[in-house]
Each structure stands twice: as C-alpha cells, then as structure tokens.
Design a protein around this ligand. Sequence first.
Ligand SMILES: C[S@@+](CC[C@H](N)C(=O)[O-])C[C@H]1O[C@@H](n2cnc3c(N)ncnc32)[C@H](O)[C@@H]1O
Length: 238
Amino acid sequence: MNGKVYLVGAGPGSKDLLTLRALEVIKQADVILYDDLIGEVAEILQETKAELISVGKRRGAHKFEQDEINKMLLEYAKAGKTVVRLKGGDPFVFGRGGEEAEFLKKNGVAFEYVPGISSAIAVPGKVGIPLTHRNYDPALIFITGQESKERLNWKALAQLNATIVVLMGLSNIEKICSALIENGKDPETPVAVIEKGFSPDERVVVGKLKDVAEKVKSMSVSPPAVIVIGGVVELKDP
Ligand SMILES: C[S@@+](CC[C@H](N)C(=O)[O-])C[C@H]1O[C@@H](n2cnc3c(N)ncnc32)[C@H](O)[C@@H]1O
C-alpha cells in the first residue's frame, strides 16, 4: 500500500514557530526531504528516527532538480513510507509546494498540506513592520523577484496603493526599484530589506526606492532577504 506525503511548512526558521501539526508529522516520518531555509528546525530533525535527505536548492548551487525531488517523493510513497517534504515558511508561498501537490495528485499519492508561518509576513513583523496598518496602504501584494520582467505588470504594481513584499528579490533589487520608479511609484517610498530573519545574523537595511539598492550593495547584504516596499516601513523598530 502507498504511504503518504506531508507537504510541511517549517516556518521562518525559529523552532518554536513550527506548528504542532508539523511537529507531529515530523515525529512520525520515515523519510524527511528538507530544504535549506529551515533554520533551527534542522535541530529537531536530528532527534527523529527518520532518514534525512537534504534537497536544498540555493541559487547557483542546485543540489536536486524539481523532477528528481518529485521522483523521490513518489518512490518513497510507493514503498509505503511516511514522507515529510519540509520547506521554509509555508510550502504554498513561492515554495513549489503547489507543483509537488499537483504531481502527487496526478500520480495517485495521498498527501496533506501542513501550513507554515511564511517568512513573507513573519520576517517583517519580527523587526516591527506590520504589513498592514490602517494609516498606510489598503492593499498587500507578494511578488517574486525572480519573475521575468514581462510577466509582472509594473505599471499596475506602481500605481496600486499597496505594500509590496518581494521574496527572492535581492539579486534583482536594482531592477525592481527602477521598474517601479519608471512606472510612476514615488522614489521617496520607504523600503526595508531584512536579511536572514530569525537568525543571529539578522540585519535590516532601510532606504528609499531611489537609493536602497545602493545601500544593499554597500552593506554586502546576502540572501535570504525579504524586501518590503511601502509606508509601513516607517513603523520599523528603532
Ligand atoms: C523560495 S522562497 C520560499 C518562501 C517560503 N516558502 C516562505 O513562505 O517563507 C525563499 C525566499 O523566502 C525569503 N526568506 C525565507 N526565509 C527567510 C529568512 N529567514 N529571512 C529573510 N528572508 C527569508 C527570501 O526572500 C528567500 O529568497
């Protein structure tokens, strides 16, 4: 009989931000395929009986292609194993969990989605930036910084009164800021770049749309980082 796959969110990196359901399925797992951005949750994995497989895919250092990961999920499930596919944040927020769910469904493998706290929300919140506040923009948008320029409607993004949260955007921060300015967003709009949230190396760089890319470069900010564009950045902790 087939086993089951759990698509689990590890949260933003702090082990006490793992959900009770996530902890329960991690403890039951025979095999855990995990990504890089799971922070302290990696320590919990060491205490389990499961076979641990790192399938982390950081930019420029691909360990496993998505097809290979899918194949492993299928093979372990067919062998009757309880499989945890552990991802940073929430599996369905820019985490390719949707693709894995689709693949498992297509192949008749039972799976369950176990939500995690997304870095997109928790990392800004950790440094005092609430993504919404009634005195600021009335909308909230999440974008990936890795999308080709053509597929995002920069004009709409620039003109909507929305807080914009960018994941995987650090390497393209200059292009992202220029595209927004070129399409009419105020160059004075506050921007925060939060590097390695929830880790001892956490740093925040604050600037304006017109100069934040330069600041990020001069401070050698490195991934992972969440970028927040909008007035709410003014609320950041001092
Ligand atoms: C592939 S996406 C996965 C997002 C994840 N599924 C989530 O919900 O948080 C990876 C991006 O998430 C952001 N990220 C994840 N963990 C982070 C952290 N601890 N600090 C800052 N950014 C983080 C960065 O933008 C990074 O490039």
